[in-house]
Design a protein around this ligand. Structure first.
Ligand SMILES: [Zn+2]
Length: 70
């Protein structure tokens, strides 16, 4: 029996990218905000292409990596 597709894991949930303002697969995002949700259910984040292009997102990502917030 194949039980792979009916219940997608968290890793395959889409993330709403603030940069391109589209839903992207979670594996393409490098940044996810746990406090924000788009339309109440889609986590807000930033994909690997947008993060370097948006200073504020890159800054946020750096603070997450280093543990220093603002
Ligand atoms: Zn993006």
């Amino acid at each position: 029996m194949d039980v792979s597709d009916s219940s997608p894991s968290l890793a395959h949930n889409p993330v709403y990218c603030l940069g391109c303002q589209e839903r992207v697969p979670a594996e393409r995002t490098v940044l996810q905000f746990r406090t924000g949700f788009y339309k109440g259910q889609i986590p807000i984040g930033s994909c690997d292409r947008c993060t370097p292009e948006h200073a504020i997102l890159a800054q946020l990502w750096n603070s997450l990596k280093t543990g220093h917030f603002y």
